[in-house]
Design a protein around this ligand. Structure first.
Ligand SMILES: N[C@@H](CCC(=O)N[C@@H](CS)C(=O)NCC(=O)O)C(=O)O
Length: 205
């Protein structure tokens, strides 16, 4: 099989799995875990020297960084998820970089300190400060979605997928989501897709 996806679905690898499912790709899933040094074995470091999942090996072409992998897969396979013209490509890149740079760190803090960490290790004040900071980029996406259903085009694209798979972490703050109803509705729409449901279930049966 030509495409191998490394990383358990309960990690950022779900982003890659979601993309592969949306594209209808045939792939081999290698369920490397992020805990216990799974991503830092010599074999994994040879693929991704950062010691992180996800990684793909696409017929010998190795790519890491979850959002970049998705952009690569969209470019390779085309179809409705991929940008159809230069303007859409600009939007896809813009919003993918935006979510990685402006939102991901704070969204992860919310997830970890509201539900991910064992209770004694959680610090709600960190989650609240992260949510406060996220209000600025969230207002930007809320305004962008005022008169449109999707981020980069009039259809679901890799821009929506990349943004949704990061912003899903912030759902752990219900006040933040309630304050951004357009964003919350868009996120719900994206996460309800069959591709995401299938991706979450990969490795579970
Ligand atoms: N920016 C990277 C982050 C990858 C990352 O941090 N992955 C985590 C799992 S979600 C990991 O592999 N952690 C293993 C470790 O730090 O040892 C991406 O988006 O792919």
């Amino acid at each position: 099989m030509s495409l191998k996806i490394y990383g358990v679905a309960a990690s950022r690898a779900v982003r890659t799995l979601w993309m592969a499912e949306e594209l209808g790709l045939t792939y081999e899933h290698v369920p490397v875990h992020y805990m216990g040094g799974g991503a830092k074995t010599p074999e994994m470091l040879a693929l991704n020297p950062n010691g992180h999942i996800p990684v793909i090996d696409d017929d010998g072409l190795v790519v890491w960084e979850s959002l970049a992998i998705n952009l690569y897969l969209a470019r390779k396979h085309g179809g409705p998820l991929a940008p159809a013209n230069l303007a859409e490509e600009a939007a896809v890149l813009q919003w993918s970089f935006w979510v990685g740079n402006e939102c991901e760190k704070d969204a992860l803090t919310i997830l970890m300190h509201r539900m991910g960490l064992p209770e004694p290790q959680r610090d709600l004040s960190l989650a609240e400060k992260a949510a406060q900071r996220l209000r600025t980029p969230f207002a930007v996406l809320e305004a962008h979605l005022a008169a449109r259903e999707y981020i980069a085009a009039d259809r679901f694209t890799v821009a929506d997928l990349n943004c949704a798979c990061v912003l899903t972490w912030a759902r752990a703050d219900t006040d933040l989501m309630a304050a951004h109803p357009k964003l919350a509705a868009w996120l719900k729409r994206c996460l309800a897709r069959e591709g995401f449901q299938k991706a979450k279930a990969v490795g579970k049966s």
